[in-house]
Design a protein around this ligand. Sequence first.
Ligand SMILES: C[S@@+](CC[C@H](N)C(=O)[O-])C[C@H]1O[C@@H](n2cnc3c(N)ncnc32)[C@H](O)[C@@H]1O
Length: 200
Amino acid sequence: MKTLDATYWENRYQKKETGWDLKSISPPLQQIIDHLAHTQPTQKDLKILIPGAGMGYEVLYLFEKGYTNVYVVDLAPSPLESIAQACPNFPKNQLICGDFFDVELSDFDLVLEQTFFCALHPELREAYAQKMHGILKKGGTLQGLLFQFPLTDQGPPFGGSLEEYLDLFEPYFKILFIETAQNSIKPRANKELFFIFENK
Ligand SMILES: C[S@@+](CC[C@H](N)C(=O)[O-])C[C@H]1O[C@@H](n2cnc3c(N)ncnc32)[C@H](O)[C@@H]1O
């Protein structure tokens, strides 16, 4: 089993072995952000977290739309440096280099998930659900994408299923929506579940 630590992830960036990197915002996450901007146009101070954001196309998109209370936590320094370079006005103290499970985070309105959960060793799934529950305000939401393909030890990415995700998240979250995403990029078509979970 690989050790999925900071060295592992930084090496992947250094060697450009970043098959997950879409080079632009993914349509489902853009949809979440556009919906937010449309339904709550005045709430630009929402506290938003993107853990394991990689090159952070969603982070940049949020910032362009006027959301300034956006935080990123990533184990690898390279992608954080890229975000800082791409957006020099982005507050540096909101680009946190560290382990999601160790960094103290609280009072978030929204956490966006995309290929972070699947990058973690499956043994950490319960800890992920608990940590997200602790990070979000009551009524805050965890939204994004979870892969739906069989879980094996060949990862990352590690897969999972609707049933597994319901078992994992239902103790902490009200499941508002979870269905196969309709606007995945082609290589991920039918392999992603689009979800909205509300913190209990
Ligand atoms: C597969 S990449 C996905 C990047 C991005 N979400 C995307 O869709 O392009 C996983 C990211 O999570 C980061 N990561 C992995 N484990 C982490 C942890 N425990 N805490 C914080 N970041 C982590 C990695 O450094 C990497 O940037």
